[in-house]
Ligand binder design. Structure first.
Ligand SMILES: NC(=O)c1ccc[n+]([C@@H]2O[C@H](COP(=O)([O-])OP(=O)(O)OC[C@H]3O[C@@H](n4cnc5c(N)ncnc54)[C@H](O)[C@@H]3O)[C@@H](O)[C@H]2O)c1
Length: 410
């Protein structure tokens, strides 16, 4: 079997620590990383060193995309570049794995779907939660009809991840479209996946605020004349701050890489300028009358996702932290439990699974578990949630795009 020749755009955490390391590790026999591209050439060089491979480096995605010696491209750049990078890769006839979100606007998603249709190549949407064993089990139960007709779903995310979301680019809408798109797109996709294709999101209402990660909530007293921040690695309060997490000391992220693009990963999450939220709730009505809610909390000691399913036949719950699914029938009140247990690999085993599935799809042409159309539906809910929050009103998805347009037929 000849090796698949792969290029990676975006040599940061996801591109290198997840994809790059997996390719040179457990997939070394079937994959060759031919080229890496990053707008920061020092980071790209650090990535090459970290992977310990002899590959070509590019400082533009366009240069990498037009290489003739690539079968597939992994897009792991910042969210606001996904649309451009996907269009480049598809126009040059490459199979694509694209990290969520597909794009940060609905229009961008539609353009990518159109290009994917024209090119007839695999586009695997990076919804690794679909490969999580708990979500997979819930979906299996849905398909077996265990819940009957689902009329309501709740997704609750606790993520002790203030650092990830409020210390770097993720906190700015210009980079992500907002956290409901950047982060929520995962959960809106899980809700859509469990609802099934016969129900489509129709309208969204949302409330979200910055309640904790703001200057008046610094978790330590300031000393006279001694300012805090701006980054943990230089902050005079690093020893007093329970949230301090200096992060500026590896081959991808250090003073040399930051000298090129000013990108530090440890900006004070209380003082950093941000235009997104640290807690909020989005509620969705589906076109069949079903309802759903997704709530996310970033200032919390917990890291977990919990799903609740209400159906005409059963109530169900899935818990990612406990790796467990249980359900209870409506009239006979029988209770069933499926303990899945810990899975190997990043994100509860979903990273190795989605990577393997992508490679299989490229080799066989099989349809990925999540497509660009799935990417659009989750982004559309996220865009509507951001709009609802900003305009304090219910937002109709049909005001954002035509949900019945031909492009969206699978
Ligand atoms: N599926 C998941 O579980 C998951 C987890 C984390 C991140 N992500 C997604 O993966 C992507 C990368 O996130 P990350 O945490 O690795 O970020 P990161 O900041 O660690 O890496 C992003 C990289 O993209 C590079 N970049 C920025 N603009 C570019 C451009 N125009 N051309 C080429 N390179 C460019 C940056 O220099 C950086 O090296 C994001 O879209 C994020 O939403 C997904």
């Amino acid at each position: 079997m000849s090796k698949l020749r792969i290029g990676i755009i975006g040599t940061g955490g996801r591109g290198i620590h997840c994809f790059g390391k997996t390719f040179v590790g457990s997939h070394a026999d079937e994959v060759e990383i031919v080229a890496l591209a990053d707008s920061n050439p020092v980071r790209a060089q650090g990535a090459k060193t970290e992977l310990g491979i002899a590959c070509e480096l590019h400082d533009s995605a366009a240069e990498l995309a037009c290489r003739r010696d690539l079968d597939a491209i992994v897009i792991a750049s910042v969210d606001c570049s996904h649309e451009e990078h996907a269009l480049l890769a598809l126009e040059h006839g490459k199979h694509v794995y694209i990290e969520k979100p597909l794009a940060i606007t609905v229009e961008g998603c539609l353009k990518v779907i159109e290009a994917a249709r024209r090119g007839n190549k695999v586009l695997s949407m990076g919804f690794n939660l679909r490969h999580n064993a708990v979500v997979h089990k819930l979906r299996e139960l849905v398909e077996q009809g265990v819940f009957g007709r689902i009329f309501s779903l709740q997704a609750i995310e606790h993520y002790n991840g203030g650092r990830t979301y409020h210390s770097r680019w993720n906190r700015q809408k210009a980079s992500t479209g907002g956290l409901w798109i950047h982060k929520g797109s995962h959960d809106f996709d899980v809700i859509n996946y469990l609802m099934g294709p016969q129900a489509r999101p129709a309208r969204v209402a949302c409330f979200a605020n910055v309640s904790v990660f703001r200057p008046d909530q610094l978790p330590f007293p300031l000393r006279d004349g001694v300012a805090a921040g701006p980054r943990c690695s230089v902050c005079p309060y690093v020893k007093e701050c329970p949230d301090a997490a200096p992060a500026n000391d590896n081959l991808l992220f250090n003073d040399e890489t930051a000298a090129i693009d000013g990108y530090y990963r440890d900006e004070c999450m209380y003082l950093s300028a941000k235009d997104t939220h640290d807690q909020g709730i989005a509620i969705v009505e589906y076109d069949n009358g079903a309802t759903a809610s997704h709530s996310e909390y970033f200032a919390t000691p917990l890291t977990n996702r919990h799903y609740l399913i209400e159906g005409t036949a059963s109530h169900g719950e899935g818990d990612l932290h406990d790796s467990c699914v249980h359900w209870q029938t409506r009239w006979s009140n029988e209770r069933f439990e499926c303990r899945i247990g810990p899975q190997k690999g990043g994100h509860g085993g979903s990273d190795p699974s989605i990577i393997q599935a992508f490679l299989d799809s490229v080799r066989t042409g099989s349809k990925p578990r999540a497509t660009a159309i799935d990417g659009l539906w989750s982004v559309a809910v996220g865009v509507a949630a951001e709009k609802s929050r900003a305009e304090k009103r219910v937002v109709e998805l049909s005001d954002l795009f035509d949900p019945r347009c031909d492009l969206l037929r699978d």
